[in-house]
Design a protein around this ligand. Structure first.
Ligand SMILES: [Zn+2]
Length: 127
């Protein structure tokens, strides 16, 4: 959303590993599943590598956007379920308004400066 200088990502919980702790080294089995993302037990190494790559790419993309002055909002698939979608949309609305306001930060006014030797008056007094 260009007006808000905000990029909104809607991420699938499984593909982007929502709240999953994926180890950086293959062979490590310290995977922590979350309520909405469970790493399959079959082809486990494949899925771990796939989700780890997706998470790393997400972080690179978010950093690039932030470096270029954009805000990033991530909405997870599980946040779009009927029971919580209204709450999610309110959070997004608040974030967008906050981002918009931050684009119009109060500027410090420049002090008035007279040119040296010139006195400017608003009215002449020689009637
Ligand atoms: Zn989720």
């Amino acid at each position: 959303m260009r007006t808000y200088r905000t990029a909104i990502f809607v991420n699938g919980c499984f593909w982007h590993g929502h709240d999953v702790v994926v180890p950086q080294l293959s062979g490590c089995n310290l995977v922590v599943n979350s309520d909405c993302c469970k790493i399959p037990t079959t082809n486990r190494e494949f899925w771990l590598a796939k989700i780890r790559r997706n998470q790393e790419r997400d972080q690179r993309n978010y950093a690039l956007l932030r470096d270029n002055g954009w805000q990033v909002v991530v909405i997870w698939e599980c946040q779009l379920k009927t029971a919580v979608i209204e709450h999610t949309m309110r959070e997004v609305e608040v974030k967008l308004n906050d981002n918009l306001l931050s684009l119009y930060k109060r500027r410090t006014p420049k002090p008035y400066r007279e040119e040296q030797g010139q006195i400017q008056t608003a009215a002449e007094d020689d009637i």
